[in-house]
Design a binder for this molecule. Structure first.
Ligand SMILES: Nc1ncnc2c1ncn2[C@@H]1O[C@H](COP(=O)(O)OP(=O)(O)OP(=O)(O)O)[C@@H](O)[C@H]1O
Length: 249
């Protein structure tokens, strides 16, 4: 089942297209890593797909009425802002708003599950604004998980997380994909992307440069051309290991 379909999506910032004619489908069961250097257009692509930025072309998600969209896709933006000093549990419960105002047992179960998935059960009654940066990031991921949508779109969700939390988050996303969710996640850590994503979409200057299994996307030539990197990808008994080695001039 296709959860997101983009056709010739173009997003302009000023006169220039920063996303340029991107066509992409994301199906249930896929954990798609959106990779590319700074400024490649990853955030603009996600925001355009969600209908949060003006765009040309078509996005199946942006075409939906707001309420249906909020039930179809959860959005975890890059900015980690928690404005109000509410408890972590209240913050996570906000993810249930698209499902109706009156709290049901299903809402409570989804909130408890999301807190547990992000290792935040013991933090439930703490003020969200009094958490560390990484803990706040985990609370915001939990809010998106509580929304319990077919599709999750997450912009650099592992930024600011310690290594164990980064791995735990990607393993959780992989498990959600195996359960039938679709996930589009932008990542700068190509090691995590290679290891956990079922598919990588490499963006360069607003266009798709490569789209496929990690081993086919992260080739020496593309890493050099798009990232200006010399790197080594090793197929180890523990799975693929990616190590950036040097910057190419
Ligand atoms: N508000 C804005 N006004 C004008 N240009 C913008 C604006 N926001 C982003 N851009 C430009 O759009 C291009 C794409 O930015 P975008 O944030 O989508 O890239 P990104 O791949 O997510 O980058 P990063 O990895 O640094 O987060 C960049 O060249 C950026 O400078």
């Amino acid at each position: 089942m296709t959860l997101l379909s983009l056709r010739s999506l173009t997003v302009r910032r000023g006169p220039c297209p920063v996303v340029d004619g991107v066509s992409l489908d994301i199906a249930a069961g896929e954990l798609v890593g959106l990779i590319g250097p700074n400024g490649a257009g990853k955030t603009s692509l996600m925001r355009g797909a969600l209908g949060l930025l003006p765009h040309e072309g078509a996005s199946s998600l942006a075409a939906l009425p707001a309420r249906d969209r909020a039930r179809s896709a959860a959005w975890l933006p890059q900015a980690r802002e928690i404005a109000w000093p509410v408890t972590v549990e209240t913050l996570v419960r906000l993810g249930r708003l698209p499902h109706g105002r009156r709290e049901t047992p299903e809402d409570r179960a989804a909130v408890m599950r999301a807190l547990d998935q992000m290792g935040l059960t013991a933090f439930a009654t703490r003020k969200a604004t009094a958490l560390s940066g990484g803990e706040q990031a985990r609370a915001l991921i939990a809010r998106a998980l509580a929304q319990d949508t077919p599709l999750l779109i997450a912009d650099e969700p592992t930024a600011g997380l310690d290594p164990a939390a980064q791995i735990a988050t990607l393993k959780l996303f992989a498990a959600l994909a195996r359960q039938g969710h679709g996930i589009l996640v932008s990542l700068h850590d190509l090691g995590l992307a290679a290891r956990y994503c079922t598919r990588l979409v490499l963006l360069g200057a607003g266009r798709i440069v490569a789209d496929g299994p990690p081993s086919q996307v992260l080739t020496e030539d593309r890493l050099a051309q798009v990232f200006h990197l010399r790197a080594r990808m090793i197929d180890s008994p523990d799975g693929p290991v990616f190590q950036p080695l040097d910057v190419l001039s």
